[in-house]
Design a protein around this ligand. Structure first.
Ligand SMILES: NC(=O)c1ccc[n+]([C@@H]2O[C@H](COP(=O)([O-])OP(=O)(O)OC[C@H]3O[C@@H](n4cnc5c(N)ncnc54)[C@H](OP(=O)(O)O)[C@@H]3O)[C@@H](O)[C@H]2O)c1
Length: 257
């Protein structure tokens, strides 16, 4: 049975992987930021020298898109430099590195869906730091799969769905922006895609895309997720980080919204 390390285990995707774990014939070892802070190179090396892993799924990341604009160093440290250390350690130990990246590596100006070899051009610090991570993995080489995804949401952690639910619980009405289009992706579907791909040894090597099969705005998604609530369009101030207007990742395998 393959032994699989999952980093960032208390994040949205990490929790979705934990939720799906029992359905797969894999020996999954979950480490959160307290157990393994991936920016601590010595801790990473120690974990890999004292334990043996066939696969490492790196879900740990700095994911605050607006926060990254003023925390550039931290975003690059977690999403870029650290990923290089992880890639080198995986290569040295013969471990298959599966890393998650984002549609925000693209600028959204193409009038067709983006394929993995399309040229990235991130518009914000978060996207640039994630691109730095991708490039570090490619430069190190070894056995790797970089899976780009978009607009993750789920019942787990802090995300679009749970934030809106929290607003409803607090008695607020929902107001959501409609100025972006993308492909929302259920974190549970991505988790199943990754675990199936690991178990069957079928996950694409190199860079691939995985996202939901429908293009919509955040407003459309909110109305889909909360059909019995009034959701109006937010027309207030725009967010700090510039976001691409429309990125549709061309899927290797699409999921349902
Ligand atoms: N969410 C999306 O819409 C989306 C879209 C496209 C791609 N992605 C990518 O998908 C992956 C998973 O995203 P997600 O939604 O699960 O994000 P998330 O909920 O923010 O989870 C990331 C986890 O990484 C942890 N982390 C941060 N710094 C760390 C460190 N130095 N060492 C170890 N763990 C650390 C975070 O802990 P703290 O919270 O305690 O810092 C958090 O638990 C990320 O690579 C992200 O870039 C996400």
């Amino acid at each position: 049975m393959k032994r699989v390390l999952v980093t960032g285990a208390n994040g949205q995707l990490g929790l979705a992987l934990q939720g799906a774990a029992k359905d797969f014939p894999l020996d999954l070892v979950f480490m959160d930021k307290n157990t393994l802070n991936i920016t601590n190179a010595n801790a990473v090396k120690e974990v890999f020298s004292t334990q043996s892993f066939d696969v490492c799924v790196n879900t740990a990341a700095y994911t605050d898109v607006d926060g990254a604009e003023s925390n550039k160093e931290l975003a690059y440290a977690i999403n870029g430099m650290t990923v290089e250390t992880l890639a080198k350690t995986c290569k040295q130990t013969g471990c298959w590195l599966i890393h998650i990246s984002t549609d925000y590596v693209f600028d959204g100006t193409l009038d067709r869906s983006y394929t993995p070899p399309d040229t990235p051009n991130p518009l914000n610090v978060y996207g640039a730091s994630k691109l730095a991570g991708e490039q570090a993995i490619q430069a190190v080489g070894g056995n790797y799969s970089v899976v780009r995804t978009s607009w993750l949401y789920s019942q787990y952690g802090n995300n679009f769905y749970t934030k809106l639910q929290a607003q409803l619980d607090a008695g607020k009405t929902l107001q959501v922006t409609a100025d972006q289009e993308g492909c929302p992706t259920r974190a549970e579907d991505l988790a199943a895609h990754l675990l199936t791909g690991i178990a069957n040894q079928q996950l694409a090597k190199g860079i691939s895309h995985y996202c939901g099969g429908e293009v919509m705005t955040w407003l459309d998604l909110a109305r889909r997720l909360f059909p019995n609530q009034k959701v109006s369009e937010w027309s207030g101030a725009s967010s700090l980080a510039i976001r691409p207007k429309k990125v549709v990742l061309k899927n290797n395998n699409s999921s349902t919204v």
